[in-house]
Design a protein around this ligand. Structure first.
Ligand code: ZN
Length: 335
């Protein structure tokens, strides 16, 4: 059973590769955080090593050892804190991959394939990227490298070009509602709410069913966005400054925040077109309605464009303070 929901095209490609014995040395799964990249990478690891006819079977020793995270041929590498370009930030350093990569020339210990899953391919330090490139240039047999990234456009092109790229987009709300209802027994009302808030991130949606705090956190962050939108220019600049400081440590957090901004302004637009069924929270609904009444459709679309532009220039390593200040300046005055 593949545990990955949706992403049928990516699954088909991986399945066909295994069935036909055409397995690439390296894959890159590219898609937003929470979209299901790690689940797919682990599904693939099980399918590669599974000994049953129907792969992955979930019951054979290989599948079950990978499931319990004790399989010696499956390595998962995640970002850690380190120093890059003189600044502290999250990265994948050489010391994290050195030992794993050294072992790759050895035959798999217990399975058919050694699989190295690296979560955060955009965070390789220079040294680690060099080591990865060397491995990708002369890939050992029976080794599959699966790189996960939130956006392949900001991974070194020399790395991307050596991988089979599989893009994973946000799932439709209806797919997430179905998963929540059928697989997790969530009531329809709740499933609707979580699916809407998840913005297509099935991983987030599943976690939200277990941890109600996640929804509350998200609502609080949405409130912060609303306060900044309704606030004066000083309030907006102070927010931009906080976000710029966060950016130097953890750019993905800022990206997620900007996605939240996009979602919030899309809601304003939907309210304008009377396409959004406003939820039960009347304070939030009232505010959205007031904003949408106050602004023209062109202004709202203008803000959405500015947020997209900001995301783009930040990806190109623009000065974060400048980029975020510009975004604040582009917001319409509401007083
Ligand atoms: Zn199996």
């Amino acid at each position: 059973m593949w545990r990955t929901f949706g992403h049928d095209k990516a699954k088909r490609i991986l399945q066909a590769g295994i069935a036909e014995g055409r397995i690439a040395h390296a894959y890159m799964l590219s898609g937003p955080i929470g979209v299901g990249k790690m689940t797919l990478a682990l599904d693939f690891s099980r399918a590669l090593n599974c000994v049953s006819l129907e792969k992955p079977c979930d019951t054979c020793n290989q599948c079950s050892r990978i499931d319990r995270d004790v399989h010696t041929d499956i390595h998962v590498i995640r970002v850690s804190e380190g120093v890059k370009d003189g600044r502290r930030r999250v990265l994948i350093g050489i010391e994290q991959i050195r030992d794993v990569f050294r072992e790759l020339s050895l035959k798999p210990y217990e399975g058919k394939f050694r699989v190295v899953i690296v979560d955060g391919a955009e965070h390789f330090s220079g040294e680690a990227a060099n080591s990865l490139l060397k491995t990708l240039e002369e890939p050992p047999d029976q080794v599959v490298i699966v790189l996960l990234t939130a956006d392949h456009n900001i991974v070194l092109p020399t790395v991307v070009s050596r991988c089979q790229l599989l893009e994973m987009r946000q799932l439709n709300e209806s797919v997430i509602i179905e998963v929540l209802q059928t697989e997790h027994g969530v009531q329809l009302d709740k499933a609707n709410e979580i699916a809407r808030l998840s913005q297509g991130m099935v991983g987030w949606a599943l976690r939200a069913t277990q941890e109600p705090g996640l929804i509350e956190d998200l609502m609080n962050r949405i409130d912060v966005v609303a306060e900044v939108v309704g606030g004066d220019i000083e309030h907006r600049f102070s927010y931009a400054n906080d976000l710029a400081v966060t950016f130097t440590r953890d750019r993905w957090n800022v990206r997620r925040e900007l996605d939240l901004w996009l979602a919030w302004w899309r809601d304003v637009l939907l309210v304008k077109y009377e396409l959004l069924k406003l939820g039960v929270n009347s304070t939030r609904a009232d505010f959205l309605k007031r904003i949408s009444e106050f602004l023209t459709i062109e202004q709202i679309i203008g803000v959405l464009g500015s947020i997209e532009d900001t995301k783009r220039v930040l990806d190109r390593n623009a000065n974060p303070r400048l980029a975020l200040d510009n975004l604040m300046l582009s917001l319409p005055k509401l007083s």
